[in-house]
Design a protein around this ligand. Structure first.
Ligand code: SF4
Length: 470
C-alpha cells in the first residue's frame, strides 16, 4: 500500500496534526503535502502556521494503518457537490443555495426531526447543531446510542473513576484490557499511552508494567499480554462479581467461575491489589454482552473496591474520534449525554424512548438529518426501513449506504485535514485539531453548513438570530 513506502516526493511538512479516526486522537502526526500555495508561515519546508491552499496530503508519519488509510483518502468516494433527489429517484447535482433551502425547509416544517451522528465532526459544529435542534424541537443523538450508551448509563449509576492517558503513561504499572482488542481497534493505544511508553515513574516502559487481558477470545492484545483471562462468553458479570467477593474477603464456593478456576481469580485479585497504579480499559465486548450496563456497573464497583488497596481508574475505549466529545458537550450544555429530545421545548432523555433506533423503529421521525455517521451501514434493517419513507439530509465527506437513502446531500470537509476544530479524546482531554490543507472548492466546512441551516430555518420561522454575548 502506498503509505508503507517512504514518501520522498512532497513539498511541505505539517507537524503536530491530529488523527481523526479513533478515540486515541493521536496528535503527533506529520502530514506530507504536495502542491499548493502556503497560506501562513513556512520555515525549512515545515508549515509553522496556516495551511497549504490547493495542496494534497500524500504521506503521513506516525499514524497507524487505520489512521493513515483515512487521512490518505480515496477521492473516488468523496462527496464533492451538493445533490438533491429528483422525482425519478436519482440524486442530481445542484448549487449550494438550492440544497440548503431544501434542507432548511424540511427541517423547519418537521414535526419530529432527528439529528443523528456528530461523532466525526467538531465541537464547533455541534454548537450550531444544538441551537438548531432546540429551535425546531429535534432529538439530538450520536453513535453512543449503538455503542457505549450502556457505559454512559453505568457512569450515571455508579460514578466515573476516570484518569487521563498522561497519568497512565507516567504512573501505571498494571494495564488491564477487557472486552476490547486494542491492538486492532486502537493500534497506537499500547505504544503511545498505556504499555510501551517510558513514563516519569515507569522509566523502563514495558518492563515496568504488567499487562492483563480479560476476554473470552485470545486476541492480538491477549497475545502480547503477561496474563490472559479467557472467561466464558457472557461470563463477565459473574467473573467481576467473583473478583469483588475475593476483594471483600469472601471465600468462593464454586471451584470454577465463568470458566476460570477460583485459585486463578484469587491470585489475579492479589496482584491487582498490590500494584501502585492500575488502569482498566474496557470496550464494547464488555458493554454489549448479556448484562450490558450492569457489566459496566460491576466494573466500576470493582475499581472502587480496588481503590481501598491501591490506586485504580478506568476508561471506555471510545471508537470515533469525537464520540466522547458529543457526550461531553451535550452533558455540559444540556445535562444529558445522548438521545436528547427537545420536542417539549426542554431537554428530555429517556433510554428506549428518545434514542434514534427506538424512534425509527416506532416510525416517529418525519425528517432525519445524519451528519458524519452512516446509519445506512450500521442500523438494523427495521430502523433503516423507516429512513426510506422519510426525507433524509446527509452531511458527510464520503459516499456510503446513507447516501443511497438521502434526499439532500451536503458535502462537508475533513476535520483535522481540511478544517480545524476541537475534539475530546477517550479520557475527556480536549484536543485542538488544526487544518493542514484547503478543502475541495465545491465542498463546505461542516460548521458553515450547520450554521447556514440554522440561519435559514430562523428566517423561515421569522426568528432573529441571537447576537453574540446577549
Ligand atoms: S491509534 Fe487511532 S488516533 Fe492514533 S493514529 Fe491510529 S487510528 Fe489514529
Amino acid at each position: 500500500m502506498a503509505y508503507e513506502e517512504p514518501i520522498t516526493d512532497y513539498d511541505y511538512k505539517v507537524e503536530n496534526c491530529t488523527c481523526a479516526f479513533c478515540g486515541c486522537n493521536c496528535d503527533d502526526l506529520v502530514y506530507l503535502v504536495k502542491g499548493g500555495e502556503v497560506k501562513g508561515e513556512l520555515k525549512d519546508g515545515t508549515i509553522i502556521s496556516g495551511y497549504v491552499d490547493g495542496g494534497h496530503v500524500v504521506g503521513v508519519r506516525h499514524a497507524c494503518r487505520l489512521g493513515a488509510s483515512k487521512i490518505l483518502e480515496d477521492m473516488d468516494q468523496r462527496l464533492l457537490v451538493p445533490m438533491i433527489r429528483d422525482e425519478k429517484g436519482n440524486l442530481v447535482e445542484t448549487d449550494w443555495d438550492t440544497a440548503l433551502d431544501k434542507a432548511a425547509n424540511l427541517i423547519a416544517n418537521a414535526v419530529r426531526p432527528v439529528f443523528y451522528g456528530w461523532s466525526e465532526t467538531s465541537i464547533e459544529t455541534m454548537h450550531y447543531g444544538l441551537e438548531l435542534g432546540e429551535l425546531v424541537g429535534a432529538v439530538l443523538d450520536n453513535q453512543a446510542t449503538i455503542c457505549h450508551g450502556p457505559s454512559l448509563q453505568a457512569v450515571q449509576n455508579a460514578g466515573y473513576p476516570v484518569m487521563t492517558l498522561g497519568e497512565v503513561k507516567n504512573r501505571a504499572d498494571m494495564i488491564v484490557y477487557t472486552g476490547n482488542n486494542a491492538m486492532n481497534s486502537h493500534p497506537r493505544h499500547l505504544g503511545r499511552y498505556s504499555t510501551f511508553p517510558r513514563g516519569y515513574f515507569r522509566k523502563r516502559g514495558r518492563f515496568d508494567r504488567t499487562v492483563v487481558t480479560m476476554d473470552p477470545r485470545y486476541t492480538d492484545t491477549a497475545k502480547m499480554s503477561d496474563i490472559w483471562v479467557g472467561f466464558e462468553q457472557n461470563g463477565d458479570y459473574e467473573f467481576y462479581n467473583a473478583m469483588r467477593a475475593v476483594l471483600r474477603g469472601k471465600k468462593l464456593e464454586k471451584d470454577i467461575i465463568a470458566g476460570i478456576p477460583k485459585e486463578d481469580i484469587e491470585s489475579l485479585v492479589e496482584e491487582m491489589k498490590n500494584v501502585q497504579f492500575g488502569a482498566l480499559f474496557f470496550g464494547l465486548g464488555l458493554t454489549h454482552t448479556l448484562s450490558k450496563q450492569r457489566n459496566i456497573d460491576i466494573a466500576i464497583n470493582l475499581i472502587q473496591d480496588l481503590n481501598k488497596f491501591s490506586k485504580w481508574n478506568l476508561i471506555p475505549m471510545r471508537g470515533h474520534f469525537n464520540v466522547n466529545g458529543f457526550n461531553i458537550f451535550m452533558a455540559f450544555q444540556q445535562g444529558f449525554p445522548y438521545g436528547v429530545d427537545f420536542a417539549r421545548g426542554y431537554p428530555r432523555y429517556m433510554n428506549g424512548e428518545t434514542n434514534t433506533i427506538d424512534l425509527l423503529t416506532r416510525e416517529e421521525p418525519d425528517v432525519f438529518m445524519v451528519i458524519a455517521a452512516d446509519p445506512g451501514a450500521h442500523f438494523p434493517s427495521g430502523a433503516n426501513r423507516h429512513l426510506t419513507n422519510i426525507p433524509v439530509i446527509q452531511i458527510d465527506i464520503h459516499w456510503g449506504p446513507s447516501t443511497e437513502l438521502a434526499d439532500v446531500v451536503l458535502p462537508g470537509s475533513f476535520i483535522a485535514v481540511e478544517a480545524a476544530g476541537t475534539s475530546y479524546r477517550m479520557d475527556g482531554v480536549p484536543i485542538y485539531m488544526k487544518q493542514a490543507v484547503s478543502r475541495p472548492e465545491t465542498a463546505r466546512d461542516d460548521e458553515w453548513i450547520v450554521n447556514e441551516l440554522l440561519k435559514r430555518v430562523q428566517k423561515i420561522k421569522g426568528i432573529k438570530p441571537k447576537v453574540a454575548g446577549k
